[in-house]
Design a binder for this molecule. Structure first.
Ligand code: ATP
Ligand code: MG
Length: 376
């Protein structure tokens, strides 16, 4: 089975690593320079996109911000899973909101802003506080503004106006600020046959818009887990989806409100490399290749800690019980996702203890989100 991944970052790398035991072969299309590379070594193939499409049995994607001509070219081959429409939906908050509505899935009340009149209307109909998000190309909290009170409207508007003027394709999706109790994500897979599997809910902690810690200890209620499954089935059916899909949610009074979807493997699913029998990467490969999906049950409570902007950690970490370190082979840049640490324990209580021990070896300056999570 030859798999071509659109994107050549850490997600393609981890798909390829988990594809080796299945005898799958991988190539990655690095969309920036438009070159075909090995997702592990980054060795460049003398092949263009058309030749790579020809080489592939299946094409998939590691991120949603891919130009539409590239997506359309892949779609025409009949090999792209999830399909171009699902990937475009994940990359445009307007389409995402339409999807949530047509699938009957609860989400934050919103308005689309294109000019001063729609900005004023959003404020009067939704009220403050608001979160304003760019319709296209947002990730890790980038392309977002907060409006805490109506008095801030006149200072915020010039920034929004300049942003809208910079790209005619852009718009803003203004959402009511949700006073959530916590954030969780639903990760699951659907294959060509329509079979669905989902992992237990991950509880996610963000720092300055970036995921820092995910904890999966099976501690969410059965009622919440079953809401999650209903949402996952509704969204994947609506999209006729094939692959792993991630759904980020707010929990408000034990009810799920969907924040956004990611039509791909997701950072809050990395724990599954150690915490589940079959990882999200393995299940994504199986789904797109038409194999049976694997066991998603929790093998052992596990937490994932992102390594941001650092290319080395205290060597004692490698020896901690239940600890596994994953590096992405990237050059160091401030804030860049460089790797992650999965830490597992026999029960939820011991997991918190091990996380606290791990945090003692990770300085607060480099890991503010982890320390914030532990002192919450
Ligand atoms: P990602 O890295 O997940 O792609 P993103 O840049 O696409 O992030 P969102 O997930 O929409 O952006 O927002 C980032 C974070 O901001 C959320 O995880 C949540 O903590 C907060 N947030 C977003 N929308 C709202 C909202 N309507 N109410 C309250 N908090 C919000
Ligand atoms: Mg998000």
């Amino acid at each position: 089975m030859n798999i071509l991944v659109l994107g050549a970052g850490q997600l393609a790398r981890m798909m390829a690593l988990d594809g080796i035991p299945l005898n799958f072969k991988f190539r990655a299309f690095d969309v920036g320079p438009a070159i075909v590379v090995d997702p592990l070594s980054h060795h460049q193939y003398s092949q263009d996109l058309a030749a790579a499409i020809e080489w592939a049995d299946v094409i998939t994607s590691e991120f949603e911000h891919i130009s539409h001509p590239v997506l359309d070219q892949c779609q025409q081959s009949g090999k792209l899973f999830p399909d171009a429409q699902a990937i475009k939906t994940g990359g445009d908050r307007r389409l995402e909101k339409q999807l949530l509505e047509s699938a009957g899935v609860a989400n934050a009340p919103y308005r689309i802003i294109q000019d001063r009149a729609s900005f004023d209307e959003a404020l009067s109909q939704l009220g403050a506080p608001l979160v304003l998000k760019s319709a296209l190309a947002g990730y890790d909290g980038k392309g977002q503004w907060r409006l805490k009170s109506a008095q801030e409207a006149s200072t915020l508007w010039p920034k929004i106006e300049a942003f809208l003027a910079s790209d005619p394709k852009q718009a803003i999706v203004a959402e009511q600020m949700i006073p959530f109790d916590r954030e969780v994500s639903i990760i699951g897979a659907r294959n060509h046959q329509g079979d669905v599997v989902t992992y237990p809910l991950a509880v996610n902690h963000h720092h300055e818009g970036v995921l820092t810690v995910s904890v999966i200890d099976g501690g969410q209620s059965q009622a919440l887990e079953s809401q999650a499954l209903t949402i996952f089935e509704a969204l994947t059916q609506q999209l006729n989806y094939v692959g792993v899909l991630a759904v980020e949610c707010f929990v408000v009074n034990e009810k799920l409100l969907v924040n956004e979807i990611a039509p791909r493997v997701h950072n809050s699913g990395h724990w599954s490399q150690q915490g589940a029998f079959v990882s999200q990467f393995d299940n994504h490969n199986r789904a797109v290749a038409g194999l049976a999906l694997g066991d998603c049950t929790l093998r052992t409570p596990t937490a994932m800690v992102n390594i941001l902007g650092e290319d080395a950690i205290d060597p004692q970490i490698y020896a901690l019980p239940g600890c596994k370190v994953h590096w992405y082979g990237k050059d160091k840049r401030p804030g860049r996702k460089m790797g992650h640490i999965n830490i597992s324990a026999p029960d939820a209580h011991l997991l918190q203890q091990r996380l606290a021990e791990l945090a003692q070896l990770l300085p607060e300056s480099g890991f503010p989100g982890l320390h914030e999570y532990l002192h919450r």
